[in-house]
Design a protein around this ligand. Structure first.
Ligand code: PA5
Length: 450
């Protein structure tokens, strides 16, 4: 079970801060309406009700074993969850381990950007005959993912490899060009449920197939997520840490804390902060509220890595504008235990480190940062992973998805749409001359000089 330390977010320790009661007063409307926020049950919670997705993805296990490399082609919500599961649950050097050390499981690569240097370096090092590509796109049309699909397909065709065998598509059940190709050519495919949006889709086939390919236990991820669903849907808000977290962020946002920093003290958990960044930004950054009023609301999420960013960002967090809420993420028991040897025991400036666990030092740094922040009047909290494993990562994911829904309610915005992203997509199509987008092109051409 994840643990939470909120003490440095409240007036009791944070002089300039809000008291526990003030924060819960601000959230009164939430207490009164808590059940309604989750009715009807959002898709990201509904999928946990049965084993359908686990079974659908699990059934591909033996097919996946044919491949040494698994490449995710997708972007945004169709990529960041895969990356977060991979980095948090596999050793940092996973892709450079021998096949034997990986237990025959696949190496994982990500083609998200359409940066030619990225594409060349990922594809350049792979033996395509032993590689499978999962093209993930809910809309089935996103320019970056489609471009990468075409590039890869071109290479496979050039090498005379059976295209159908090297692709699987994860997409909408009816719509989009990927579904069309899958149906026409008999390419394997998985379905993204209608009621689960991109950035909420990590626990669907979107995030789970690559996880299975590299030997992550997806049932355990679901176990953690299901536990989280019980824990974070409690309507007694004071005993619901996701609600407390949301209320703290909301209350301080109202006081001008427009930035939410997530700072794991763990390289493995760093990409969870990346995943969070998308979830918080895209779900809550909105021009209109639910009644159609222009509000331009949201809280800018920032990711940071402890202890590295103590030597880069923390000066600003401590002494810069008072516009942040900081969430530190701590690991109690690291997968690897490493003790600093007794060397130079006669030099005082080094001897205090002798015999200390490296993880212990990292956690002391986290504690030091949290105390320094509170001393500087910066509200902060700590989320504690007893260890990094599937169960805790599953719980973390669901806690933040629930928290985002709560924050959406508090800000009175729809957390499940992304009109700002859609506009960029349409303008890209228009700029690139896609048929059907001439009107948008003309409209914006008048205003700009593109
Ligand atoms: O959360 C979202 O909806 C977006 O970030 C999408 O995931 C992203 O734009 C990719 O879209 P698609 O899966 O349709 O290719």
């Amino acid at each position: 079970m994840l643990k939470y330390d909120f003490s440095f977010a409240f007036k009791e320790t944070l002089e300039s801060g809000l008291s526990f009661d003030e924060i819960f007063d601000i959230g009164k409307a939430l207490s009164a309406n808590f059940e309604k926020v989750f009715q009807p049950l959002p898709g990201f919670l509904r999928i946990l009700d049965d084993d359908e997705i686990l079974e659908e993805v699990g059934a591909l296990k033996s097919w996946l074993q044919r491949f040494e490399n698994f490449v995710v082609i997708g972007i945004g919500g169709s990529a960041l969850g895969n990356q977060a599961l991979h980095s948090s649950l596999k050793p940092i050097n996973w892709n450079s381990l021998s096949n034997e050390k990986r237990g025959g499981k696949a190496r994982i690569f990500l083609l998200d950007n359409v940066d030619p240097d990225l594409i060349a370096s990922v594809l350049g090092e792979l033996d395509l005959a032993h590689t499978v590509f999962n093209v993930i796109s809910k809309s089935g049309t996103t320019a970056e993912s489609m471009a990468n699909y075409l590039v890869v397909r071109g290479l496979l065709e050039k090498l005379d490899l059976p295209v159908k065998e090297h692709f699987i598509f994860t997409t909408d059940k009816d719509n989009g060009v990927l579904r069309q190709i899958a149906d026409n050519e008999g390419v394997r495919s998985l379905t993204i449920p209608d009621d689960v949006g991109g950035r909420f889709s990590v626990l669907t086939p979107v995030g789970l197939l690559s996880a299975v390919a590299e030997g992550i236990d997806i049932e355990q991820i679901y176990e953690g997520a299901r536990f989280g669903k019980e824990r974070y849907l409690r309507d007694d808000l004071k005993s619901n840490p996701a609600a407390v977290c949301a209320l703290i962020h909301y209350a301080y946002l109202k006081k001008g804390h427009n930035i939410s920093v997530m700072m794991p003290y763990s390289n493995r958990l760093y990409t969870l902060a990346d995943w969070y960044r998308q979830l918080w930004a895209e779900s809550l950054g909105k021009k209109f509220d639910l009644s159609g009023r222009i509000v331009h609301t949201g809280q800018t999420p920032v990711k940071s890595l402890g202890a590295i960013d103590q030597h880069s960002q923390v000066q600003l967090y401590n002494e810069g504008p008072k516009d942040k809420v900081v969430t530190l993420v701590k690991v109690e028991d690291f997968v690897n235990q490493l003790t600093i040897p007794f060397i130079h025991s006669d030099i005082e400036a080094l001897s205090y480190l002798n015999g200390i666990g490296v993880g212990e030092l990292l956690n002391a740094e986290l504690r030091a940062t949290s105390i320094a922040l509170v001393a500087n009047g910066v509200p902060n909290m700590t989320i504690i992973f007893p260890q990094i494993d599937e169960v805790h990562v599953g719980e973390f994911i669901i806690s933040y998805e629930i928290q985002t829904a709560i924050m959406g309610f508090l800000l009175k915005v729809n957390p499940y749409d992304q009109p700002g992203v859609e506009l960029g997509k349409k303008l890209t199509y228009a700029l690139m001359g896609r048929k059907g987008y001439e009107e948008i092109r003309d409209r914006y051409e008048e205003k700009t000089s593109w």
